[in-house]
Design a protein around this ligand. Structure first.
Ligand code: ATP
Ligand code: MG
Length: 424
């Protein structure tokens, strides 16, 4: 079915609160086979709530409204609905009884305020009468309109337990079967991916491919929608396999996986340990690795060696070498990687040294030049990259590239060409 979501609240339109409700509801409704044609965000003003509601009922098969159901004077959704749809408000004594019994421990709440919660537009069907969660269903012009609380966890509960199951059974409602997969790539541009997958794009009407740069990665979504579950499964499996073949090891992970998750999984799987030496990434590589629960299994630690003296003292990078090649150079990156590997007694040492900018660049080594050292059993090498972007973007690209190099090493898929240009 085609749906519209309306989020109500001054805190949303003034930019104080991020409207996560619409985002969450859209994702789950989509996964349940519905399409959201529009999302509106309006102030706590009856005229605007009413106008948005009428417009939504006109163009969608179902509507979801979140927020403004509460007891405070700024919660005006019920009033707006009554006015916009010409429905008188009716008193629901059972609603008040339940709220009072559940809030008995909160004598601070005036009963007059609570009473407001029990005045609902005529015809409202309480969605979860066994609880005190506000939320009801109105059927207008034979279309379901769901009113859900603004509080995110309550909204989520009603959406999952009541809204999605009700929509699935809605008479005349057309529910699709949907399968979706997100493929995550790094180090390959959107245009390159597009070129490789172009021929898949319009091959089947019920298969959609989308490209989303999610800095520093590029994500690709595959969505298969059809009324026939078997057909969906068959097409889905076929496309997943084709995309994996076409993009091969450019895909580092799927769905919720992050680069650090994948590197962690590979390290644990191979029983190897990692240590890092970071200069321009300032600890970001270690931060990304340690965001993964259980990383102590394979991550030994790291050194942020910003100053040359620190590189010498803690990583054993010799003065001569620093003088001859500079701190931002292949030999220094190699020495840092070998240094941290030895210090930590790790299987793999990865090092990052570069120019994050905005100053410090030169003709031979412009801002964005970053060297990586990778030391593993019997082998130490370096890689030179040229990144574009501001300081934060260069640091982020550096950290992700460090992880990508470790991933490729573990997969035995290191790219021979040691200079890559023009990423982002
Ligand atoms: P209550 O009974 O608490 O008054 P309500 O339905 O009136 O519920 P609101 O008062 O509008 O909901 O919002 C309650 C809380 O939920 C607030 O902290 C608000 O910032 C948050 N909230 C409301 N709408 C959204 C939204 N669309 N996305 C994220 N948070 C939201
Ligand atoms: Mg509100």
């Amino acid at each position: 079915m085609l749906g519209e979501i309306i989020a109500v609240g001054d805190e949303l339109t003034s930019g104080r609160t991020l409207n996560t409700n619409s985002f969450y509801a859209a994702g789950h409704l989509f996964a349940a086979g519905h399409e959201i044609i529009a999302m509106a965000t309006v102030r706590d003003t009856p005229a605007e709530i009413g106008a948005a509601l009428k417009r939504a009922i006109d163009r969608a098969d179902f509507v979801i409204v979140t927020g403004g159901l509460g007891p405070t004077s700024d919660d005006l959704t019920n009033e707006a609905v009554s006015r916009a749809l010409g429905l008188p408000t009716t008193f629901y004594p059972e609603v008040l009884g339940r709220i009072k019994s559940q809030r008995a421990h909160r004598p601070d709440q005036k009963s007059r305020d609570l009473e407001k919660l029990a005045w609902l537009p005529e015809g409202a069907e309480i969605l979860k009468p066994e609880t005190s969660i506000a939320g009801y269903l109105l059927v207008h012009h034979e279309k379901p309109v769901f009113f859900l609380p603004g509080i995110p966890h309550q909204m989520k509960e009603l959406l999952a337990d009541k809204v999605i199951p009700r929509l699935a059974l809605w008479k005349g409602g057309f529910v699709h079967c949907v399968r979706q997969k997100i493929f995550k790539t790094f180090g390959i541009t959107e245009t390159e991916i597009n070129r490789k997958l172009k021929h898949l794009e319009n091959r089947d009407q019920n298969v959609r491919i989308g490209y989303y740069p999610v800095f520093p990665d590029v994500h690709l979504s595959l969505t298969v929608i059809d009324a026939d579950l078997k057909k969906v499964e068959q097409l889905f499996q076929q496309y997943v396999a084709e995309i994996h073949t076409l993009l091969a090891d450019s895909i580092f992970g799927v769905d919720e996986e992050t680069m650090a998750d994948v590197v962690g999984r590979l390290l644990s799987g191979q029983g190897k340990t990692l240590a890092v030496a970071e200069s321009c990434s300032g600890g970001l590589v270690a931060h990304k690795i340690t965001k993964v629960a259980g990383s102590s299994q394979y991550f030994l630690g790291g050194v942020v060696a910003y100053h040359n003296e620190f590189k010498r003292k803690f990583l054993g990078v010799e003065n001569e070498l620093l003088q001859k090649h500079g701190a931002v150079s292949g030999p220094t990156a190699q020495a840092m990687a070998a240094g941290i590997r030895g210090l930590a007694k790790a299987d793999i040492g990865i090092a990052v040294t570069g120019i994050a900018g905005p100053t410090g660049g030169s003709v031979e080594k412009p801002v964005g030049t970053v060297f990586f050292g990778l030391a593993s059993h019997g082998n130490t090498r370096d890689f030179r990259f040229a990144f574009a972007g501001d300081r934060w973007q260069i640091q982020e690209l550096s950290a992700q590239t460090a992880l990508e190099l470790v991933r490729r090493l573990l997969l035995d898929k290191l790219i021979a060409n040691n200079e890559k240009e023009g990423r982002h």
